[in-house]
Design a protein around this ligand. Structure first.
Ligand SMILES: Nc1nc2c(c(=O)[nH]1)N[C@H]1C(S)=C(S)[C@@H](COP(=O)(O)OP(=O)(O)OC[C@H]3O[C@@H](n4cnc5c(=O)[nH]c(N)nc54)[C@H](O)[C@@H]3O)O[C@H]1N2
Ligand SMILES: Nc1nc2c(c(=O)[nH]1)N[C@H]1C(S)=C(S)[C@@H](COP(=O)(O)OP(=O)(O)OC[C@H]3O[C@@H](n4cnc5c(=O)[nH]c(N)nc54)[C@H](O)[C@@H]3O)O[C@H]1N2
Ligand SMILES: [Mo]
Length: 648
């Protein structure tokens, strides 16, 4: 028996360091590495069961497939690569390389994926995407306020007296951050949750606030107003380190407290208590989740949270700050992507990808290359995305499973996992760089994305520029880290922490904004209509599933039953629907048959579902979400979708 270190590459802030136990040629157990201050020796229940649910699943595809007359047929790699290369050449000969769309999802976020982009640039440059279906909205706001987005190390939360977990559900989505928060609570730190859903995290908090969806900017403004009224601000911080405070104050002056409290639907007494505790609790921290990102003007909520921290001087201090996450690619050198060679580059908006493909012209998209993503399932207005993929002549997908997106594909190339490949990765939840090591040889015929693109480059005449072992390219990618004094061997032997917990963002009170100061916003133009849409009165919230990551769900879990949605008793009464009944859920773009579950954890102005259920089993919530792009940050306002419930 031997133990090999690797890293979980799944879409989660954890990027956990894994000790994989191997007996013969079989991986028998995955354990968390205790020599990592975030993984801390344990894994989430998802990854603990990764071997049986995913890695050794009988549904995993282990050889290339070609679709013929609507049926998948096993083919050899030789044939698969020849077909892929000839389809690429056909498109280039008839149009140019920008008629190819390379779509990279978030299923694995590793350094070597830069080689995929290098491949497409060597091909002459293709169409890719801009914007995101994940967290761009908040990032745009943070960059405007501070100049750059930097977060406090998760362990610095232990230095806070008061923590607001705002639109985030770490008990479900980041169990390692939750371990730290639980420890802080045991040490006496007060934990507050602000979330329209009474989540599991809310259940463990000391104080819970349940605002109306999309109303966080009003809520934060109410808190700031109360803090200023009670003279609990930090005048020195405001005076010395911020810009625009007076214009910002004018925005606040336009609204009464009653108006703001009404908009977010939170009791003034509760707001009062929260404002006082946050200001007096200093250092107080705000941990922002993705829930507040998913609105058209989500950036305004984050600006107001930043302002709350600035007014109270909770910036640049240990235990303070507004923390969202980290840039997983920050530490790598991506010049090897050769962007300068890709003359035919073009970008389409990820949040509107269906519409953008359908409208693409001069040249139209003729071939899609999809890696580590399931856009037909997870992008908004799924039926439109599906229609767009079906319209394109040829779709190639690299994945592990036949998911909703591969249903529209013509060629399926089976990929390795983090137990069969060599790579490095950062994390969006902490500051560690971690190795991905081949724990066992690739099963059956699977190949890494890296090898697939190398083999294709041989057929397309630029093999030289793509050749060499992964370590050769990892050295180049990791050069900024190697300059810090680490060797590649060290990086491959085990995870390394790049920034110490004691390093506090903006501790020198210098901000990379044009004024060099923290910037308050001076313009607040909010168009929220509090969810009022005559025909579709309810918001639709669709959050992370507890037992799975995004759409990576074993099919056996989905084969039976309907998607369950949580609905407040008042809404059931209004619609004359009983708990457990089957009903229709309708939006402006789609209809879904659902099973209704009565719940007091949700408010009466929205319906709650989980995201990621598969379309082919009638469980994909994104057939209802409307495709929109956010006002700032090119993000995806999933939760702006309004729905109605209809009795059958
Ligand atoms: N188990 C599991 N873990 C995951 C994932 C998964 O699919 N499963 N996905 C991973 C990914 S891709 C990401 S980006 C992260 C996301 O991590 P989180 O941000 O923790 O999770 P979300 O499910 O996006 O939901 C965030 C919370 O925001 C709340 N919310 C919705 N609207 C509002 C609002 O208007 N105001 C406020 N204050 N709150 C609101 C929702 O009710 C929800 O509880 O998790 C990662 N971790
Ligand atoms: N309604 C609604 N929709 C949402 C959200 C929401 O809150 N509500 N949240 C959004 C968020 S936060 C995100 S991040 C996106 C996620 O959107 P996507 O990234 O498109 O979705 P995933 O399900 O993570 O798809 C990952 C795919 O990658 C595959 N995969 C996993 N590992 C590997 C690998 O090593 N190599 C290869 N080639 N493939 C691999 C998986 O099998 C899976 O099919 O969804 C968004 N969609
Ligand atoms: Mo995400």
């Amino acid at each position: 028996m031997k133990t090999i270190i690797t890293t979980c590459t799944r879409d989660c802030p954890g990027s956990c360091s894994i000790l994989a136990q191997v007996e013969g040629n079989k991986v028998t157990k995955l354990r968390g590495n205790s020599e990592h201050d975030i993984t801390a020796g344990f894994l989430c229940k998802n990854t603990s069961h990764y071997l049986e649910n995913h890695f050794y699943s009988s549904k995993r595809i282990l050889h290339p497939l070609l679709k013929e007359n609507g049926q998948w047929k096993r083919i050899s790699w030789m044939m698969a690569l020849d077909i892929a290369a000839s389809k690429i050449m056909e498109v280039i000969n008839e149009y140019d390389s920008s008629a190819i769309l390379y779509y990279q999802g978030f299923g694995a976020r590793t350094a070597l994926q830069a080689m995929n982009k290098r491949f497409f640039n060597l091909l002459g440059g293709v169409t890719t995407t801009y914007g995101t279906v994940c967290g761009g909205i908040g990032h745009a706001a943070l960059e405007k306020d501070y100049g750059v987005k930097v977060s406090h190390d998760p362990n610095d939360q232990l230095n806070s007296n008061f923590i607001i977990i705002w639109g985030r559900n770490p008990v479900v989505t980041d169990v390692h951050l939750w371990r730290i928060l639980r420890k802080a609570k045991r040490n006496g730190t007060k934990l507050v949750v602000i979330d329209p859903v009474k989540t599991k995290t809310a259940g463990y908090a000391n104080f819970y606030v349940q605002p109306a969806p999309g109303s966080d900017s009003y809520l934060a403004m109410a808190l700031i107003k109360l803090i200023l009224e009670k003279d609990l601000q930090d005048p020195e911080f405001i005076e010395k380190y911020t810009h625009n405070f007076h214009s910002f104050k004018k925005i606040l002056d336009q609204y009464t407290l009653e108006f703001l409290a009404g908009k977010c639907d939170v009791d003034i007494k509760k707001l009062n208590e929260l404002a006082i505790d946050y200001a007096k609790g200093k250092p107080s921290s705000i941990i922002v989740g993705w829930g507040v990102h998913r609105y058209k003007q989500g950036h305004l909520s984050i600006h107001m949270m930043d302002a709350l921290a600035a007014v109270t001087g909770n910036i640049g201090v240990s235990g303070g700050g507004v923390t969202q996450g980290f840039e997983e690619y920050e530490y790598f050198n991506f010049s090897l992507e050769l962007n300068e060679l890709g003359k035919n580059q073009r970008k389409l908006p990820m949040p509107l990808i269906g519409e953008a493909i359908l409208a693409s012209d001069n040249p139209p998209i003729k071939l899609i290359f999809l890696a580590s993503g399931n856009p037909i399932n997870l992008n908004p207005n799924s039926m439109k995305v599906k229609k767009a993929f079906e319209k394109v002549d040829f779709v190639i997908i690299i994945d592990h499973f036949l998911n909703d997106s591969s249903d529209t594909a013509d060629l399926f190339l089976p990929a390795t996992t983090f137990l069969e490949e060599e790579d490095l990765m950062g994390s969006y939840g902490h500051n560690w760089i971690s190795p991905i090591n081949p724990v066992i040889p690739p099963q059956n015929e699977v190949k890494s994305e890296f090898e697939i693109f190398q083999l294709l480059s041989q057929r397309l005449g630029f093999s030289e520029e793509m050749s060499g072992k992964p370590s050769k390219w990892l050295k180049e990618l990791a050069s900024p880290i190697l300059k810090k004094g680490f060797s590649l061997e060290e990086l491959q032997n085990g995870p390394v922490k790049l920034v110490s917990a004691s390093e506090i963002p903006y501790a020198d009170k210098k901000f990379k904004t044009s004024s060099g100061l923290f910037e308050f916003i001076n313009n607040f133009n909010y168009n929220n209509n509090n969810g009022k849409d005559g025909l579709y009165p309810l918001y639709l919230l669709s959050t992370s599933p507890e037992n799975w990551v995004c759409s990576v769900i074993p099919e056996s879990e989905m084969e039976n039953g309907l998607l369950e949605v949580k609905v407040h008793p008042l809404v059931l009464k209004d619609n004359n629907i009983n708990d457990g009944e089957v009903a229709m859920l309708e939006s402006r773009v789609g209809v879904l048959k659902v099973k209704v579950k009565k719940s007091e954890d949700v408010r009466s102005d929205f319906v709650l579902a989980y995201r990621g259920g598969w379309m082919k089993y009638g469980k994909n919530i994104n057939v209802l979400t409307v495709d929109m792009i956010s006002e700032k940050g090119d993000g995806t306002p999933y939760y702006e979708t309004r729905v109605k419930l209809r009795k059958i």
